[in-house]
Design a protein around this ligand. Structure first.
Ligand SMILES: [Zn+2]
Length: 327
């Protein structure tokens, strides 16, 4: 029924009407784009065909500009209000192998925000690990002692979802050292060999290494920071840790790429007053949040410029990106 309503809305050109009313620059974000084995396990990545449809739509109806051009227009108040900026979070290998060829073929600029520790070590991003272990590994029993999960039966879907939500909520709200503990306990449910096999099976979860990030940068992508570890900058984090994550990741990227790192995107969109100050003192030109509802012209703080996380389904996408931001 929901789909039917969307189809009728679109057949009546509802998206075009929304677009003509709701004129404002937009920054969109994705994570990965890849040939997907299982959408539930690889929830961070969109399949290639869906992504191509989305880009075709944007290219037809919007002006896709670089983040640099966005910054220029922001500073000089020169928006046409048809702008769209394409950004990708975390630093997946498929950003180089899949996204880059698609966008470069169309001459469309884009930005990738990378978490430098994951680039350095190859460690997967925390929520990827949770999905791999809980949804991808076919485990019947799971242990995460720190979260009081002891020999929990996850063979039925309902219990599996409960455990999954508990783990994800903790990963997004706990301080970094606790997140590391949860991650190591999650991984302990499998042998190293089984874990490696899982990563190969659901390969969209893989981060780039530095050689690959450099290659992406040389192919024209703008590289921004997404912290060192994929840390959520909320109030439960140690402020010194947040400061180090924001400042040091910038320095590392600049050293590795021999180019200025001007932009930052908050993992999971979490920020605090202090973290916003660190963005400015670190010397970033802009920081980006994930507040899909706020219009860019209504946010005065340049460390939390809003972005819209796009939905996978093409019809939902066509409505969603024209509907948001709402205020
Ligand atoms: Zn992220």
């Amino acid at each position: 029924m929901k789909n039917l309503v969307k189809n009728i809305f679109l057949s009546l050109k509802g998206d075009a009407i929304l677009r003509s009313i709701n004129r404002t620059p937009r920054i969109l974000f994705w994570h990965g784009v890849d040939y997907i084995t299982d959408q539930k396990v690889e929830a961070e990545s969109f399949d290639v065909q869906s992504f191509k449809k989305q880009i075709k739509y944007l290219d037809k109806y919007y002006e896709i500009i670089s983040i640099e051009e966005f910054y220029y227009r922001y500073k000089h108040n020169k928006f046409t209000n048809k702008e769209v900026v394409l950004t990708f979070d975390d630093g997946y290998l498929n950003n180089l192998n899949v996204v880059c060829p698609i966008l470069n073929n169309l001459n469309l600029p884009f930005t990738v925000f990378v978490s430098t520790e994951h680039i350095e070590t190859g460690e997967l991003f925390p929520t990827s690990i949770a999905r791999l272990i809980i949804y991808g590994a076919d485990l019947d029993i799971i242990n995460v002692p720190y979260l009081k999960i002891h020999n929990e039966d996850i063979s039925d879907t309902e219990n599996r979802t409960i455990i999954y939500n508990k783990v994800i909520n903790s990963l997004k709200s706990q301080p970094l050292e606790k997140v590391r503990k949860i991650i190591s306990e999650l991984k302990a449910n499998l042998s190293d060999q089984d874990y490696t096999r899982l990563v190969e099976k659901f390969k969209s979860v893989k981060p780039m290494n530095w050689v690959e990030v450099k290659k992406l940068h040389n192919l024209g992508a703008t590289i921004g920071s997404h912290c060192k570890y994929h840390i959520c900058c909320h109030d439960n984090q140690d402020e010194k840790e947040v400061k180090a994550q924001i400042i040091e990741s910038k320095n590392i990227i600049e050293e590795k790429l021999e180019a200025e790192c001007k932009y930052f995107a908050y993992p999971n969109g979490n920020y605090t007053t202090a973290s916003n100050d660190f963005i400015k003192t670190a010397g970033y030109k802009m920081g980006f949040s994930t507040e899909k509802n706020l219009k860019i012209e209504n946010v005065k703080d340049t460390s939390i410029i809003p972005r819209i996380g796009v939905p996978l389904n093409i019809n939902t996408f066509k409505i969603y990106i024209n509907l948001y931001p709402k205020k």
